[in-house]
Design a protein around this ligand. Sequence first.
Ligand code: SF4
Length: 325
Amino acid sequence: MSENLLEINHLVKHFPIRSGLLRRVTGQVQAVDDVSFAIKKGETLGLVGESGCGKTTVARTLLRLIEATSGNVYFEGTDVLKASRRDLKALRRKMQIIFQDPYGALDPRRTVAESIAEGLVIHNIGDRQSQFAKVQSVMEKVGLSPTLLERFPHEFSGGQRQRIGIARALVMEPSLLVLDEPVSALDVSIQAQVLNLLRDLQAELGLTYLFVAHNLAVVEYISTRIGVMYLGKMVELAPRAELFQRPLHPYTKALSAAVPRPRPNMPREKIVLQGDVPSPANPPKGCRFHTRCWMAKDICTQVEPPLEEKLPNRWAACHFWDQVS
Ligand code: SF4
């Protein structure tokens, strides 16, 4: 039996561009284009890339918060994208998402207890007494005192609200947590606390994480493996340590060079990426990174490099991967 909890095959999500009085479709934003990866039980896959690279669209599409254009998403062997409404409801219990803005995800008129219990009520799990007991238990797990149960979201700090967001997900006893920029809105000191909490919960509860973030340092801290996305494509996928020791894609190398390291005196190659990320409505031909790549050659402007296993467990989409590091 496969040890993968989640398998994503050839996922595509294009958003139509409409214009004119009749709102005719005049183009497509290629937000996610043929992305495939798997997540093993108990691991954390970090998905990283600049704003607009498609990482958040991947996260939301696999949960069917937005519908995919094509592809397959298997969760514990069931194709999420083809699941009936009833099956999807059952799947969503096991696949929970945590958003960047916990305040936006919380109803300001509901107490913390009501917010955390919401999923149990929707799914009709247990009676009021057992729901209350579960809410108390997850509050403690995320480091919030159950004495705060009757408070409202505005009475909490950003870090506490994110803990409430985590408690809302955990109360459903999920096996997969999709974390969409979960610490980006928090102060750096609070970010570390929330990341440590997530690590502890993973160890205690055997959770599997898909961790989406634009900050490579944050992704490096928490991930087992890292997927790097650029303009709707996965360009590199590798175990964390190997990705930083020897990047096989120039974009990964550039992102990695921008991460501050604990030993600032260590010589490090300085790479400044030129230009902006091209529009996903009109991506460059050939390798999508060629307009910003300092290693680009003629072939890069014509032939798109496929994502291939270049070394054991090391996937990269670059014609010249062996010359990157
Ligand atoms: Fe750069 Fe060419 Fe590799 Fe693309 S295929 S990343 S343009 S060297």
